[in-house]
Design a protein around this ligand. Structure first.
Ligand SMILES: Nc1ncnc2c1ncn2[C@@H]1O[C@H](COP(=O)(O)OP(=O)(O)OP(=O)(O)O)[C@@H](O)[C@H]1O
Ligand SMILES: [Mg+2]
Ligand SMILES: [Zn+2]
Length: 334
């Protein structure tokens, strides 16, 4: 299990927010009780004075110090008891004004020693899911809702005599097995095919499964992802540049990167360099990626150059999608 730094930082921010909210709630309770039972405020002041005196006494070499400490301890206990009784008389629990923790185990720090507390891990998963929610939409796209009957059963010479349905059956099973067995050492996949054939659909299914199993998954369309590289580098707004850098780090370091619609971005020298950096960095680190595109090998080489093309051809398993545009099929059926 590896954690994505940027997502983890967001999860920790949410815990910090929780600490703030709890502190504010504790102050609100204290003000309300002081207003209703002024004696409680007097006692709290006295307790604080005692604390200060106790600190001073432990440093003093005065002969009577030990005796005074004993007396203070007795006073302290009496005041505590009186305070608890006042709260109970008002119908409140005795610990009503104590520090509030949403998670008693880690006192809202998110850590138990150097281990992540279960509350922080839960928050991390929520952040990951939110991240993917743009892709996963209302959750309709799952392996269970993948329909094979939308692909023609007619044998096609262009597919070596296989039908689109047979071809897509293999693609589907390959994706299913990939998702079920996903690990941060899984191979890379290149989804290739015309528009509306299910590339985004199946990559969403894989993303969901991997994220459900706790892996960090980043999904982005090529225009948006390569745009982040550009903002990280050239944005004049320091906050925007920092946010873009954090996204870029996620793309480079997450367990699974899904780059959708490669080839739909506006091509510039910068997008070409950014794609190379993304592909090459992840290959060198042995981290898997899934790229989907409408482009042929020749078009990839023309657009992104031989270095990127050779890495995609040599290091990615190709899955060719077949069939007729499902968006159009659906529209005609309506
Ligand atoms: N096998 C399938 N079963 C059910 N719905 C599907 C299937 N394949 C695709 N769809 C639906 O058809 C539409 C187009 O699919 P998708 O977005 O995955 O295509 P794509 O291959 O990514 O196309 P593009 O290259 O234009 O991005 C989506 O609404 C998707 O949910
Ligand atoms: Mg798509
Ligand atoms: Zn906790």
């Amino acid at each position: 299990m590896s954690y994505n730094g940027a997502v983890l930082a967001r999860a920790r921010e949410r815990l910090a927010k929780r600490r703030e909210d709890n502190a504010a709630e504790q102050q609100r309770r204290t003000r309300a009780v002081y207003a209703r039972i002024p004696r409680v405020e007097e006692i709290d002041l006295a307790l604080r004075r005692q604390m200060a005196e106790l600190c001073a006494l432990t440093l003093s070499r005065d002969a009577g110090a030990a005796e005074r400490v004993e007396a203070l301890r007795a006073e302290n206990l009496a005041l505590q008891r009186e305070r608890a009784q006042l709260l109970r008389d008002a119908g409140l629990p005795a610990n009503w004004l104590d520090d509030i923790y949403s998670c008693e185990k880690c006192r809202d720090t998110g850590f138990i020693g150097s281990e992540l507390c279960s509350c922080l891990r839960r928050e991390y998963k929520l952040c990951l899911t939110r991240e993917l929610s743009g892709l996963l939409r209302d959750g309709k796209e799952s392996f269970a809702s993948f329909r094979l009957d939308l692909y023609s059963a007619e044998p096609d010479p262009a597919l070596g005599g296989m039908s689109p349905r047979e071809t897509m059956d293999i693609v589907f099973k390959t994706c299913l097995a990939y998702a079920r067995n996903f690990s941060p050492r899984s191979p890379n996949l290149l989804f290739r095919g015309g528009t509306g054939l299910g590339k985004t659909f199946l990559s969403a299914c894989i993303a969901r499964e991997a994220a459900d199993r706790g892996y960090s998954v980043a999904y982005e369309s090529a225009p948006a992802a390569l745009g982040e590289f550009e903002s990280a580098r050239f944005s004049r707004d320091a906050d925007a540049a920092a946010a873009a850098s954090a996204r870029v780090r996620e793309y480079l370091e997450c367990d699974l990167m899904i780059l959708d619609d490669l080839g739909t971005e506006m091509s510039t020298g910068f997008t070409v360099a950014a794609l190379y950096q993304l592909v090459n960095t992840r290959l060198n680190a042995g981290r898997p990626s899934i790229i989907s595109t409408n482009l042929s090998d020749a078009e990839i080489e023309r657009r992104y150059g031989a270095q990127t093309a050779s890495r995609l051809a040599g290091e990615y398993e190709l899955l060719s999608f077949a069939g007729t545009d499902i968006r159009r099929l659906r529209k005609e059926a309506r």
